[in-house]
Design a protein around this ligand. Structure first.
Ligand SMILES: [Fe+2]
Length: 280
């Protein structure tokens, strides 16, 4: 049977991808960011997942404001990198896992989470930057990826609690899939940042620290954070952090924090990153 072994949460700042792609990762500004992921790269090499369920949000690359699915699950064979205005990132095409993706769709929809099924979708920095941070710059990604795209762009996004419960449904789906697969779930986005308006550039390290401290031991508290509190405390784009709660919900209640990294700033965002492992 498939097994969900761990969760990885990380910011997905587009400038991190640009720094890597343009050979700037060794520059003094970027060095501390990439250094923070060195241990994680080794961890994922050792963990050898077969499949990553990658929770992220699309930034008007695959979906415009014409269609805004709350949760969209990628069931395709592959997902090309999106053109976000400077041509697609020169990263490998993402290979999906349609069998597991369709199984998840069936299981969670019958559990009353009404996902949108997507059979064709380019994937933007929300997905490719976390892949680059954990896997570097390989010729091909050494893992299958099931994209799960969440609306945190247009009000109303899902609540943290809904995300957490969806994570639990995904866990149940994965562990009822009859192939021996090692699965890791990624929750991406955040941490505090605001891109526009009078508060552009806002970062709230105290809020981020409280979120990180509670993430492993007290997700029950985090799921109660209302949208307005994310907006007020973590900035308008801080709402992306509800996506971390999908990953958290898919993990054991007593999942163990094995790594944490926090760095300010990368571009105009607080970079947060955590790895949690299930104990069994
Ligand atoms: Fe984002």
């Amino acid at each position: 049977m498939a097994k969900l072994i761990a969760g990885v949460t990380t910011s997905h700042v587009p400038a991190i991808g640009a720094a890597l792609d343009n050979g700037k990762s060794g520059e003094p500004y970027w060095q501390p960011v990439f250094k923070g992921y060195e241990r994680s790269k080794q961890w994922i090499k050792d963990a050898k997942p077969d499949v990553i369920i990658l929770v992220y949000n699309d930034h008007a690359s695959a979906f415009s404001l014409e269609i805004i699915p709350t949760f969209a699950l990628g069931c395709a064979e592959e997902f090309p990198p999106a053109d976000e205005g400077w041509g697609p990132r020169k990263v490998p095409v993402v290979k999906g896992h349609p069998d597991l993706a369709w199984h998840i769709a069936q299981s969670v929809i019958l559990d009353e989470f009404d996902l949108t099924i997507v059979n064709k979708m380019p994937v933007d920095h929300g997905l490719t930057v976390p892949m680059s941070l954990l896997y570097g710059q390989p010729a091909a990604w050494p893992v299958r990826v099931i994209p799960l795209c969440v609306n945190v762009i247009q009000y109303p996004p899902p609540t943290g609690h809904r995300c957490y419960m969806l994570g639990k449904a995904i866990r149940k789906a994965v562990e009822s899939f009859d192939q021996d697969l090692r699965v890791v779930i990624f929750g991406t986005g955040g941490m505090s940042h605001q891109l526009q308006g009078p508060r552009a550039g806002l970062i709230n390290s105290e809020f981020d620290a409280r979120f990180l401290d509670a993430f492993a031991p007290h997700p029950d508290k985090l799921v109660k954070i209302p949208h307005l509190e994310y907006m007020r405390e973590a900035g308008s784009e801080g709402i992306e952090m509800v996506m971390w709660l999908i990953a958290r919900g898919a993990l054991d209640v007593d999942a163990k924090e094995i790594y944490r990294f926090y760095h300010v700033p990368a571009s105009n965002t607080a970079v947060g990153h955590m790895i949690l492992e299930n104990r069994a």
